[in-house]
Design a protein around this ligand. Structure first.
Ligand SMILES: [Zn+2]
Length: 223
């Protein structure tokens, strides 16, 4: 657990913070914080464990989501863990289990996180899943693109957009509906203009895509 938190902290400091400084509006930059980033990561992992798994198809057959969605499963499952994880954060806050101060920062940290994960590439499940979420939230006007090439969250629209995408993905999984999964991914997993602008900016200022943890003592022991 300590290592997980240390590695997350390094990712935040060397990747998410520079992304926030470059891509988020001045007014919302300070809302990007480690606590939100890390708590969402925990919720992401927890949400892999909940939601539809074994399902009953319309013809009465018993199956699993993975078997029905085949090659589309990974990207959709990663998107589910992200967006339902974000929904879960709001739920935990409403239950008084997490502080209310997290509400705004979790949405803005998530927006900055979109640009981080899309950089893994649209061929990779996390990158693909993140493009789907960004473009869905952008279409619902929960994310705003400003003329100076920065982004912000519209707090009046984001909660509804998170809920509608969660519902969409969970329903596709519960039905084992590969056709609907394919339609959703084709429509939203695209390198849209705002995404392109953000990624180009990060390329220009050379923000790393990921960190490489080093374990000098372990390396010595293995020699
Ligand atoms: Zn995951």
């Amino acid at each position: 657990m300590v290592m997980l938190k240390n590695v997350s902290e390094a990712k935040f400091k060397h990747i998410l913070q520079p992304i926030a400084d470059s891509c988020i509006t001045k007014e919302q930059q300070e809302l990007v914080d480690f606590e939100s980033f890390f708590t969402h990561t925990i919720c992401h992992e927890c949400c892999h464990g909940i939601g539809p798994h074994t399902i009953i198809l319309p013809d009465g057959r018993k199956s699993t989501v993975r078997l029905e969605l085949q090659e589309l499963h990974s990207a959709l499952e990663e998107a589910k863990a992200d967006i339902v994880g974000l929904w879960a954060l709001k739920f935990l806050i409403s239950q008084g289990l997490l502080p209310k101060s997290l509400v705004k920062s979790m949405y803005v940290s998530f927006l900055a996180g979109c640009f981080r994960s899309v950089r893994f590439g649209l061929e990779e499940a996390h990158g693909k899943g993140q493009a789907l979420q960004f473009n869905w939230l952008f279409e619902k006007e929960a994310f705003i693109f400003h003329s100076n090439d920065t982004f912000s969250v519209d707090f009046s629209k984001v909660e509804g957009a998170v809920e509608s995408l969660s519902k969409e993905i969970l329903t596709i999984q519960a039905r084992g509906d590969k056709e609907a999964a394919s339609f959703l991914l084709q429509k939203y997993c695209k390198m849209t203009k705002p995404l392109k602008v953000a990624l180009q900016k990060l390329e220009n200022i050379q923000v790393p895509v990921d960190i490489v943890p080093s374990f000098p003592i372990a390396d010595k022991l293995l020699q």
